[in-house]
Design a protein around this ligand. Sequence first.
Ligand SMILES: *[C@@H]1O[C@H](CO)[C@@H](O)[C@H](O)[C@H]1NC(C)=O
Ligand SMILES: *[C@@H]1O[C@H](CO)[C@@H](O)[C@H](O)[C@H]1NC(C)=O
Ligand SMILES: *[C@@H]1O[C@H](CO)[C@@H](O)[C@H](O)[C@H]1NC(C)=O
Ligand SMILES: *[C@@H]1O[C@H](CO)[C@@H](O)[C@H](O)[C@H]1NC(C)=O
Length: 370
Amino acid sequence: MMSKNLPVFCAIVIFGLFTQSSTCTNTKHGYKTKGMFVFGSSLVDNGNNNFLRNSFAKADFSPYGVDFPLGASGRFTNGENVIDILGKKLQLPGYIPPFNDPSTRGTNIVHGVNFASGGSGILDNTGALAGNVTSLNEQISNFEKVSLPELEQQLGSNNRKKRLSDYLFVVGSGGNDYSLNYFLGLAGANVSLQAFTTNLTATLSTQLKRLHGLGARKFVLMAINPNGCSPMATARVPTQEGCVENLNRASLMFNANLKNLVDDIRPQMPASKLVFVNSYNILSDIITSPTSQGFRDASSSCCEVRQVSEGGTGILCKRGGSICTNRSEYVFFDGLHPTEAVNDIIATKAFSSLLRAEVYPYNVRKLSQI
Ligand SMILES: *[C@@H]1O[C@H](CO)[C@@H](O)[C@H](O)[C@H]1NC(C)=O
Ligand SMILES: *[C@@H]1O[C@H](CO)[C@@H](O)[C@H](O)[C@H]1NC(C)=O
Ligand SMILES: *[C@@H]1O[C@H](CO)[C@@H](O)[C@H](O)[C@H]1NC(C)=O
Ligand SMILES: *[C@@H]1O[C@H](CO)[C@@H](O)[C@H](O)[C@H]1NC(C)=O
């Protein structure tokens, strides 16, 4: 669907297979971006959890991927996720391969690696409920210990910092630290939302500095979505009208900190450039006024969800369950994750929006050109 909009789509690439050819580097538009390293949760996971034993946070079954060329790949949506679409806009030659896939080695990593794990968070203990997940700290360790040395073998180890400046480091995490940690009381009964959020931001700040120390220079920080408006949240509080406010308040608090971090952390990370993508604002604009953007349903999930009363989480689709006929009319595919149609809007705005309420201080296109 997206490739129709692209003037140049370099190569048809089978999932996980990359060639080292540089013919796809598009200098015509001035994009310097050679690839992406992706860290975070299910919103950006593209199959890593498939390879984890004892993980409940998996999307490796139908109807996930119903609109994806390769079917249920582990992406938590019907089609492409935000990273897939952003990659096309950056004219990368194919999907970024998931780290846990054994074929994600050697020449297959020269356009980046996706380390994200559904159910994971910024904090190490987030997501224990989802079984085996890979925390953000572990994801960064996987980059440091496995992919970075391999990348240096591919590209030559001299001047690592210059080489890594051609890559975007995308971080999309934090939502689960609230829904699968704070709001379950794991942080302790007396920790205020404010104190928890301050700690979460400080922890992320340390993690970003760690990536910078390894050579990362260009960062894309994704906001937490208005999860209080997701079917999972509204199903749990059925008497409440509209969205569940305490979940949205948490997201807003974290996002405000994240946006401030863009300015506060830059002096501590020499030569770094950061972009904050306010997917919260983008999504809540859609939810507030769905029909203006072609959506008919902004409150229910497109797939049949396995509810808490059925032993589920209220998030994931039922294995082999029914789905809505027109996915493009729905904001949410399952109880939490947006449809490809929404991912398309988020990625498009991340790439080219001129509104500071959506991208701060500038968009990903500019980030890839400077
Ligand atoms: C998580 O999955 C990995 C890969 O299959 C496995 O090596 C590890 O033992 C698992 N951990 C747990 C706690 O199940
Ligand atoms: C939590 O706060 C309440 C009221 O401030 C106090 O009575 C209680 O001892 C605190 N509990 C813990 C474990 O700190
Ligand atoms: C966050 O809180 C945990 C638990 O109290 C603490 O161990 C950790 O040092 C804190 N991290 C930061 C960066 O403040
Ligand atoms: C599906 O929904 C989209 C968005 O509202 C609309 O543009 C499209 O025409 C619909 N497709 C069909 C087959 O009805």
